[in-house]
Design a protein. Structure first.
Length: 266
């Protein structure tokens, strides 16, 4: 499964390299220093307190019985598990999950199916709630609106709890921890997070690529100003922009960062 994902990313990134840089190979790397550490949770509408309570109860059970760890280990470290989800879900009430399926290993396509940590975690929750999971794929910045308006019941997309988001939606208990990392081309002048800020009084003009609406995007705009942040519809597009020299670095969750870098450097 991981090989299929990496191969698909490699093809897309390779096309971007050929289009923007001729035959020149651009090698990418992830900086050792972390940009931010954050907890991921499931978002639900403010008024849907009953569903929130059920989700939290399901997450607690999954934590206690090892299901949560087994799912995360499968996609992070490649440790297989024999758990089966949604085997008998036909005819049950639907649980709609809003996501943006371009965020491996949390959610991405394998053929026509959305898989990943969030997809499998949601399937396990749906089983606990005796419901059928339906995944609604959309732009990341449309997820909160979909949940608010009832188009989807919950949102899972490697989503971080922030004070701004809490004004509009509620969040479940944490189910995973993410690290925001910085991708740069090999040999870049950017060698640490500090280089993006510069010394006191120093003018720094590095352009930062982000996926629109993510916490990496929000943090970067707060830290460096809107004029230095180039927003893209997906992490893949942001990385292509880096490969073709349109931005100087990309800020994104560490696990997707590893997948994109591995795909590009093959």
């Amino acid at each position: 499964m991981k090989k299929i994902l990496v191969l698909a990313l490699a093809v897309v990134l390779a096309l971007g390299v050929l289009a923007g840089c001729g035959n020149q190979k651009v090698t990418l790397q992830i900086l050792d220093t972390e940009y931010a550490v954050e907890d991921y949770a499931i978002c639900v509408a403010k008024e849907n307190t009953e569903l929130l309570e059920k989700i939290n109860a399901a997450l607690a059970e999954m934590d206690a019985d090892g299901t949560k760890k087994a799912i995360v280990d499968k996609y992070i470290s490649g440790t297989a598990h024999d758990l089966v989800f949604q085997a008998d879900a036909e005819g049950k009430p639907e649980l709609h999950m809003a996501t943006n399926a371009q965020f491996p290993p949390y959610e991405y396509y394998e053929g026509e199916k959305v898989v990943g940590i969030d997809a499998e975690m949601a399937a396990a929750i749906a089983d606990k709630l005796d419901m059928k999971l339906v995944i609604d794929d959309m732009d990341f910045d449309a997820i909160i609106t979909a949940v608010q308006t009832g188009k989807s019941d919950m949102g899972m997309a490697g989503m971080t709890v922030t004070e701004e988001r809490l004004k509009n939606i509620n969040f479940s208990d944490t189910y995973a921890t993410g690290i925001q990392s910085i991708i740069v081309p090999e040999g870049s002048e950017i060698t640490s997070v500090d280089d993006l800020y510069g010394e006191e009084g120093e003018e720094v003009n590095y352009l930062v690529g982000t996926q629109k609406g993510t916490t990496g995007d929000i943090y970067a705009e707060d830290d460096f100003g809107a004029e230095r942040v180039m927003k893209y519809a997906s992490g893949n597009e942001a990385v292509q922009a880096l490969v073709t020299g349109k931005v100087d670095c990309v800020i994104i969750d560490n696990e997707p960062a590893k997948a994109y870098v591995e795909a590009n450097n093959k």
